[in-house]
Design a protein around this ligand. Sequence first.
Ligand code: 13P
Length: 238
Amino acid sequence: MSEAATSLPQDGGDEQTRLRKAICRISALAYERGFTSGSEGNISAKLTDGTLLITPTALMKGFLQPHHIAHVDMQGRVVDGGPSPSSEVGIHFVAYEERSDVRAVCHAHPPHAVAMTVAGIDMQMPIIPEAVVSIGGIPTAPFGIPGTPDLGETIREIVRCSDTMVMKNHGSVTLGTNLIDAYKKLDMLEHTAHILWLAHTARGGLEPLPPEDVKRLLDTRRELGFTNLNTLENRCGL
Ligand code: 13P
């Protein structure tokens, strides 16, 4: 996929100005697409100096302006006297701690993906070819209490082997090399979950693709140059 399709248009300005605007755009998009409601969700991007820009706690994420975005160091201290960060900054810290390749994290509450975890349906099952090739399996992380510092620990193990996951009964976490990459995985995760939900409802169960087709899809993913970590190629103890 070309760089043009994996990064936001450059608006000019310094890195922080660009990323503040980009977080607001992705936040608004996630809200408009129904991936969050009210004040749900949080999005972050890592700056080259190692500090973090992250959505503020408790504001409606569909209507953010660049000055609403919090700026924190990796200990969670606000560095510029600005807004307080998300109460779930811990999940973002864990992603950046475990993965030096990650530069952006999106947390949302996409309804079909969350419904699948409420119903206890495994979204790692390889069923939709496009999802197998581009995002791989979608593992479920154990339940944690939203808005608490401990929430991050529930995803630590899965983050080591997957860019895409859903915290049980709560919401998705997607990791990217930039904001649009993390958002793309959120978009695909919910689209896949929606299809699986419809199929499950219509049929009363889901059936994986035969192993030989899964193998051909995983070969195709390598040939197409997809390198993002995923639990179909690395089960990571799951
Ligand atoms: P924050 O507004 O503190 O980021 O919390 C939003 C959320 O998604 C809670 O689950």
